[in-house]
Design a protein around this ligand. Structure first.
Ligand code: NAP
Ligand code: MG
Length: 404
């Protein structure tokens, strides 16, 4: 066959450990035989981040601003143990944190649902999409450990020198302290992208925070959402018959569990991190979830929601067989290629992305799957548990049918 052509390069962000191995397999078997892949390559593997003093991460985010679409492999966020393991000169920050701080925006995460895998919460019939604010809060915090008694204060000095000062706590002992911030502009763009996404996908939008306790911080999120809804989106929501609904996060959790699904749940940065793991686990596995960062100026970064699957990687290094699920990483590629195709008006590329996803679903429905999914499948369905390579080849076999 003649390979599918691209116009604009994708920003390709390679990563670490097991997902880096999957990344190469996916390219070799599922992409390069079909597409004349154009990418601008950034190696965000920890070794390269160390060599470039993390400049590579910043460069990759700026490239995303230039081209508009990126695809990212999972990466290690270094901790103390990693600093020793990789002999790092510094505990480099989370690449996702760095990229999100540069791009701003909202991360949308939706489960990939297969008929033969029933969610653990049995009344969930439709996907629940998590819209996670991707800027600020605890991901950009300042933290102190306090080793002896003393007074902690919050101090703000405006550009013209006015100050606001308040005691946080008068420590009589050792303890901990944390400073968080967010910006009106980022909260507003978060709200706009959630309302737009709800309209695009014709789903209800729920939003929850802890505004009863956080009377300024969370309250700002709540008020901004309401104001933007009333001024910009209410009419369109009513026309489409969809609703915007705000409730306290604890109430939301209870309602979400009792719901049928089929809506978007907007959450602050940390809440979205935690709840998206919960939602994906209920629907099957962390590897069965799509994740895309949408920035206010219309840039897209597609990724998997899970990490580098370290435990499997250590087994892989020992030469043992691994059955790591590549679905989320494949969908990161298909999502990015589809978006590139839509932006560049390349229907063949859009089709390819659709066919690739359909081939993944077909493989799973045929009962061929990685170990993580085997125990989740309905009893009565015949299942063949395979390793990552065999799984990718089974997908390729089905993808080939569209092109021969
Ligand atoms: P993880 O890589 O998501 O893996 C946690 C466990 O979840 C695995 O041990 C495995 O369970 C299961 N799992 C996750 N993805 C899977 C897949 N594709 N197929 C099959 N099973 C899968 O999280 P972690 O072990 O906490 O973190 C490892 C590294 O990833 C850390 O260095 C962390 O910094 C990084 N991380 C990166 C990102 C990102 O780049 N987006 C996100 C989270 C974490 P079993 O072992 O039971 O099979
Ligand atoms: Mg997480």
């Amino acid at each position: 066959m003649k390979k599918i052509e691209m116009k604009t390069p994708l920003v390709e962000m390679d990563g670490d450990e097991m997902t880096r191995i999957l990344w190469q397999m996916i390219k070799d078997e599922l992409l390069l035989p079909f597409v004349n892949l154009k990418t601008e390559y950034y190696d965000l593997g920890l070794k390269k981040r160390e060599e470039t003093k993390d400049q590579i991460t910043i460069d990759s985010a700026n490239a995303t601003k230039k081209y508009g679409v990126a695809v990212k492999c999972a990466t290690i966020t270094p901790n103390k143990q990693r600093v020793e393991e990789y002999n790092l000169s510094e505990m480099w920050k989370s690449p996702n944190g760095t990229i999100r701080a540069i791009l701003d925006g909202t991360v949308f995460r939706a489960p990939i649902i297969i008929d033969t895998i029933k969610p653990v919460v049995k009344n969930w019939k439709k996907p629940i999409t998590i819209a996670r604010h991707a800027y600020g809060d605890v991901y950009k915090d300042t933290e102190f450990r306090i080793e002896k008694p003393g007074k902690a204060e919050l101090l703000y000095t405006s550009v013209d020198g006015e100050t606001q000062r308040q005691t946080i706590y008068d420590f009589e002992c050792a303890g901990v302290l944390q400073g968080l911030y967010n910006k009106d502009s980022s909260i507003e763009s978060f709200a706009h992208s959630c309302f737009k996404y709800a309209i695009d996908t014709k789903q209800d939008l729920w939003f929850s925070t802890k505004d009863t306790i956080s009377k300024k911080y969370d309250q700002t999120f709540k008020l901004k959402f309401q104001e933007i809804y009333d001024n910009c989106y209410k009419a369109k929501f009513e026309e489409l018959g969809i609703t915007y609904f705000y409730t306290l996060i604890d109430d939301a959790v209870a309602r979400v569990i009792r719901s049928e699904g089929g809506f978007i749940w907007a959450l602050k940065n940390y809440d979205g991190d935690v709840m998206s793991d919960m939602v994906s686990t209920v629907f099957g596995s962390l590897a069965m979830m799509t994740s895309v960062l949408v920035s206010p100026d219309g840039n897209y970064e597609f990724e998997a929601a899970h990490g580098t699957v370290t435990r499997h990687y250590y087994k892989y290094l020992k030469g043992e067989e691994t059955s790591t699920n590549p679905i989320a990483t494949i969908y990161a590629w298909s999502g990015a290629l589809r978006k590139r195709g839509e932006m560049d008006n390349l229907p063949e590329l859009v089709n390819f992305a659709n066919n690739l996803e359909a081939s993944c679903v077909k493989t799973l429905l045929d009962g061929i799957m990685t170990k993580d999914l085997v125990n989740l499948v309905d009893s009565g369905v015949k299942v063949k548990s395979v390793n990552s390579k065999e799984f990718i080849l089974a997908i390729k076999e089905r993808l080939n049918k569209y092109y021969n």
